[in-house]
Design a binder for this molecule. Structure first.
Ligand SMILES: Cc1ncc(C[n+]2csc(CCOP(=O)(O)OP(=O)(O)O)c2C)c(N)n1
Ligand SMILES: [Mg+2]
Length: 367
């Protein structure tokens, strides 16, 4: 532990890459304490979102495929990466291209077989994230690195934060008042109204890259089938979250294709009196696949379908449902949903050709 501590103090640009193992170990407190003690920026995989609040000055947010220019640059420029409870997966490392193999890596994973599996590592520790982080905090004190190096790390984190902020501004510049509705606008309206303790269950598809823009402030507030990317996950996950945390606002942000796989659970929502705000990003099909086919100059095939009227469907289960066709209707409908004691469905007609996709700057690396 002393050697690791020494290395982290000596590094110029150390970064913590936190994965779902930190969440499983319930080590949010220890993670934040380590980041602050060493002035190290933190990037996370999707399963570690909110362990450090995403507006904390050292938190750069998700890394990899859904990462931002700041978080992705952090991993690229780091001289030491402390990977805790993570696997250095394809998604987090942009197909293993994001991290230079010469970067010094310290990897901590409860599963010994993960150590050094994807990247050569300098040090591997097989233990749970909480024990490791606590031990790192308590390790024998070393002469502190000069305050200058702390100041330079903080300045670097600030620079990366600014890159993220620019990217966010560019994204939300498209949250305009258009018909059909832009997905950016939908998520903007949700962020404006959602409290810091809201839970977001997010589906798969073209909508994902918009939905992950909602900041996450605490562990357990972001639910997604990460890695496998299974459609049909978000709605049942949201129902489970509402059952576990009835006092919290739970958003289920899904595509029409995704919701169509599990919409019969409107019955569960009504019967069990669960309270979820379902926002269907309705583009009449498998949008991400349709956009992909068009980009390859192919006729769309197998991606368009006839949807039921989701708002009417909700009503048939005795739940309020609204069809939203214009941007200015979003706010009122969301307010009604937030004040309701029942599950409410908003069927939002979105622009089918607004390609959001994962971060284009990230995808440049992901060939
Ligand atoms: C169970 C399952 N089947 C297929 C896929 C592949 N897939 C990923 S996104 C997607 C389309 C999603 O459509 P929709 O939910 O309407 O979202 P959109 O892309 O239109 O925003 C498909 C078919 C998957 N991830 N999971
Ligand atoms: Mg769709």
């Amino acid at each position: 532990m002393a050697a690791i501590r020494q290395r982290l103090f000596a590094a110029k640009r150390p970064v913590i890459l936190a994965g779902g193992g930190v969440a499983s170990a319930r080590a949010a407190f220890e993670l934040k304490a380590v980041a602050e003690a060493f002035s190290m920026p933190v990037v996370t995989t999707e399963t570690a979102r909110g362990l450090v609040p995403e507006d904390h000055p050292l938190c750069l947010g998700i890394v990899g495929l859904y990462g931002n220019p700041g978080s992705n640059r952090a991993l690229r420029e780091a001289d030491v990466i402390l990977g805790v409870g993570c696997r250095f997966s394809e998604q987090a490392t942009l197909g293993w291209k994001l991290i230079d193999p010469s970067t010094s890596i310290i990897q901590v994973n409860i599963d010994e077989r993960e150590l050094g599996k994807q990247f050569p590592i300098d040090v591997g520790v097989s233990t749970d994230a909480r024990s490791f982080l606590a031990a790192l905090l308590n390790a024998a004190p070393l002469p502190m690195a000069s305050p200058i190096s702390h100041a330079s790390r903080i300045a670097w984190a600030k620079e990366l934060q600014e890159m993220r902020a620019v990217d966010q501004r560019e994204f939300f510049a498209k949250a305009v008042d258009a018909t059909p509705i832009k997905p950016q606008r939908v998520i903007q309206e949700i962020i404006n109204l959602a409290g810091r303790d809201s839970i977001f269950a997010v589906g798969q598809g073209n909508l994902t890259a918009s939905c992950i823009r909602a900041p996450i402030y605490a562990p357990g507030q972001f639910l997604q089938s990460v890695g496998l990317g299974a459609m049909g996950f978000a709605f049942p996950a949201a129902l489970g979250a509402s059952l576990a945390a009835p006092a919290k606002t739970v958003f289920c942000l899904v595509g029409d294709g995704d919701f169509g796989m599990v919409m019969q659970d409107l019955d569960t929502a009504a019967r069990e009196e669960l309270k979820v705000i379902i926002v269907v990003f309705n583009n009449g099909g498998y949008g991400v696949n349709r956009i992909g086919q068009l980009a390859r100059k192919r006729e769309p095939y197998g991606v368009d379908f006839i949807n039921p009227d989701f708002a009417e469907l909700a009503k048939m289960y005795g739940l309020p449902g609204f069809r939203i066709e214009r941007s200015e209707q979003l706010r009122l409908a969301l307010e009604v949903a937030l004040n309701s004691q029942r599950t409410v469905l908003l069927d939002v007609m979105i622009d089918a050709f607004e390609r959001v996709g994962s971060n284009p700057k990230a995808v440049g690396l992901y060939t």
